[in-house]
Design a protein. Structure first.
Length: 287
């Protein structure tokens, strides 16, 4: 009977192993992905144009340039400050190498893309943060690009739409990163004082110093479904309060209930709603 209990194995010769290894090496690392909500696997090339899961419609991370192409009128986007970035102002160990790798992987110089565009014929200043780049954290370059975007919008009488996603301030730039909170907030205030309209669209996740500054300064604050919106992380708050918190306490839907968000807007409705808001505030002037 021992014969039937023996584990059966397949012996591969060295040539077969080498051939198999070569084929495995040819498979791209990003060939497939798993939806974090429904956990179903999909081919990355099969993602819909709006980067929503084809199974459950969960809003997946949206690369900045792809989101811009999806959102605005074809051929209307004109990027500004494309080459603006800051290489390790505090000499943080291995930070320069990390930035170089991310720039190569994403094709971006920094965690935000800014420029002017048209949406349904309406001129606007647009900024889109990209969570692939150091979790879209706010360093000196991100802050400077935002300030220049708002100042341009103020000078030209343009409304501003920001798609925001961030892990907060960038620790590798220390106090210089934290200073961007006040710096950008002042630019937002100048734009508002001039009568400019600013719409913030919060995506997953919007946290830290970004939430504590320009993310919550919009005339209208929208959010995508299931986006995490908060300042400190859940674990930090629980350790401070010494009390457990519900799993959804920083979900956009919960934040909406407390009045910090005006509306939850799925991607299939965002173009139409933003066009309506731009029509109401034509020329960037908030009535």
């Amino acid at each position: 009977m021992a014969l039937f209990r023996r584990n059966k194995t397949i012996q591969l010769n060295a040539d077969a192993v080498a051939k198999y290894s070569d084929k495995v090496a040819q498979i791209p690392d990003d060939l497939m992905a798993r939806c974090p909500k429904c956990h179903k696997v999909y081919f990355t090339k099969q993602k819909p144009e709006d980067y929503c899961c084809m199974h459950c419609h969960h809003h997946l991370p949206f690369p900045a340039m792809e989101r811009i192409d999806w959102l605005v009128d074809e051929g209307s986007f004109q990027e500004i400050n494309a080459d603006l970035w800051n290489d390790n102002p505090l000499g943080f160990p291995k930070y320069s190498e990390k930035l170089a790798k991310l720039q190569e992987a994403t094709g971006l110089k920094e965690a935000i893309v800014t420029g002017t565009a048209r949406l349904d014929g309406h001129a606007l200043a647009l900024g889109v943060m990209d969570s692939r780049f150091v979790m879209a954290s706010m360093g000196t370059a991100v802050g400077e690009k935002l300030v220049q975007l708002f100042d341009l919008a103020t000078a030209q009488g343009l409304p501003v739409v920001l798609y925001i996603a961030s892990g907060g301030a960038r620790m590798q730039e220390g106090i210089l990163s934290l200073m961007q909170m006040a710096k950008v907030s002042q630019a937002v205030a100048r734009h508002s004082a001039a009568g400019g309209f600013y719409c913030a669209v919060l995506t997953h996740p919007t946290t830290g110093g970004v939430t504590a500054s320009f993310a919550m300064q919009g005339d209208v604050i929208l959010a995508e479904p299931d986006a995490t919106v908060g300042f400190a992380g859940k674990r930090v708050i629980e350790q401070t309060l010494r009390k457990p918190l519900p799993d959804d306490f920083q979900a956009a839907e919960t934040v909406l209930g407390y009045g910090f968000i005006d509306q939850i807007v799925p991607r299939d409705r965002q173009k139409r709603l933003l066009a309506q808001l731009l029509t109401i505030h034509e020329g960037g002037k908030a009535e």
